[in-house]
Design a protein around this ligand. Sequence first.
Ligand SMILES: N#Cc1c(-c2ccc3cc[nH]c3c2)n[nH]c1N
Length: 250
Amino acid sequence: MRLDVVTIFPEYLEPLNVSLVGKARARGQLDVQVHDLREWTYDRHNTVDDTPYGGGPGMVMKTDPWGACLDDALADGYEAGAHGPVLVVPTPSGRPFTQELAVELSERPWLVFAPARYEGIDRRVIDEYATRMPVYEVSIGDYVLAGGEAAVLVITEAVARLLPGVLGNAESHRDDSFAPGAMADLLEGPVFTKPPEWRGRGIPDVLLSGHHGKIARWRRDEAFRRTTLNRPDLIERCDPASFDKKDREM
Ligand SMILES: N#Cc1c(-c2ccc3cc[nH]c3c2)n[nH]c1N
């Protein structure tokens, strides 16, 4: 997978050099190119913003730097269609970024991220590139950030960990919260590791029983309890029949 990120804060994307994404880059599973938008400005102040038409607070990111930078980023191997790039625009007014969307994006070969600053990017930029490729305007949550770079880090990690071979076998994302399957839409339950006792706190007996069926049932019950407590809205989406079926299989 190729990722291009256009930003006025390239240093904000330094975390893409470490941990899971950094290792995937080192292994050649990810090709990440970060572009400093100001390198596509041609005035002495490297201007990327201007006042909004119609008035109002703040500034709007200008068309020309974005057009010049995106054209260059896309010129390198661009082709339309299923094997081509998609434009991902983080915005508080976008569709929710979910595990389902992470899976959809992980199946694309090339993501081009356009994290804005100020009040956003001149709409004509998005409309221009929407004529050439799918555009995903996504929000990572119902809170307001000062720019889209943090969202790029979140989306990139959620997508990269789904790529074949990026997570070790032991770290399968099969049982992730929100991953498809009988535990779909349930939050993950508690986890424990050695030592067997810590500050007078032990391990739930069932996890020491070696009875895989009972362990699976306990984990599912704990996931159900945590989901009921923290995300009751997800409970309606669960199919209790899948649990009964799972029990019969244990
Ligand atoms: N994704 C996302 C966002 C943002 C966001 C994204 C881009 C810009 C550009 C200026 N301010 C921004 C906020 N806020 N909250 C979210 N969930």
